[in-house]
Design a binder for this molecule. Sequence first.
Ligand SMILES: [Zn+2]
Length: 118
Amino acid sequence: MTAPFDPAAVIAEFIDAVAPYNPQPDAPPVALLGVRTALGDETFAMSDHVIRAMCRALASYRDPEDRGECVGCGGRHLDENLHCMDCGRLHGILGQVIADHARRVAASGDGNAPSGPA
Ligand SMILES: [Zn+2]
């Protein structure tokens, strides 16, 4: 991506990237997309091919921040340690170990970790 970040340039770059593969380059656009930014207004003619390419891009998109869904609250904001920023639950192996330990401590009723295999 080029800097400074220009949303209209991103749209133009996407259209240019998929244009060579348009099986019907002379087909009329199916939509006009207006983009208003601090840099000004731009309008893009969106072909059926571009829209379909956007659909495929969306279907294969995976956000780099996507670490799954919290089993506790269903939130989508797990940090790099798989710690839910919404409800505080820990996930992954460490989260499972801590949750199991907390359950054993609660079951023992005395606040001390029970002895025996994990
Ligand atoms: Zn959560």
